[in-house]
Design a protein around this ligand. Sequence first.
Ligand code: SF4
Ligand code: SF4
Length: 178
Amino acid sequence: MNPLRTIFLTEIAKGLALTLRKMFSRPVTVQYPEEKKPVAPGFRGRHALVRDPETGRERCIGCLRCAKVCPSRCIYIETERDPETRRLVVKRYDIEALRCVFCGYCEEVCPVNAVVLTEFYEYAGERREDLYFDKERLLQNWDEFIVTQKRPYFNPYWKPRGIPESRLPAPKRKAEGV
Ligand code: SF4
Ligand code: SF4
């Protein structure tokens, strides 16, 4: 032990100087929930199904790719053929959010950018069912999210990494936001 440092109480002086300095520096805490910090780019939050602005319906075409790629097996889809047009119609699209690991594979694999992990993070539930999102709830999640965003909106995870833009299908290109 250094006797001079003990006699002159230098450690206490250093501590007091640090306290004084911090009293006049900008605080790092925020007054949540009144004050909110912006999320990091590409933040993966509450799930949503994109509503096509032209048709008012889900963009999803029921190809099942997201359900197949999901490592948590938490996406459940049922489709049926429209008797008149013979096109696939999405009858059921559910995401069990409590099982999701937020890997983003579903949004990356979707050929039409129909599913998204939004930047919305203030969601919780008292019961398991509260975080079981069916199709209507997923569309509602999108409606609540998109009003906070600039249009056209393009999520960074809609574009698979490592593939040149020119080789991507049109909806996966950045110019084709929603
Ligand atoms: S983010 Fe990953 S785990 Fe969650 S629903 Fe999508 S593919 Fe499944
Ligand atoms: S990958 Fe996209 S279009 Fe295909 S079922 Fe999933 S959300 Fe729908």
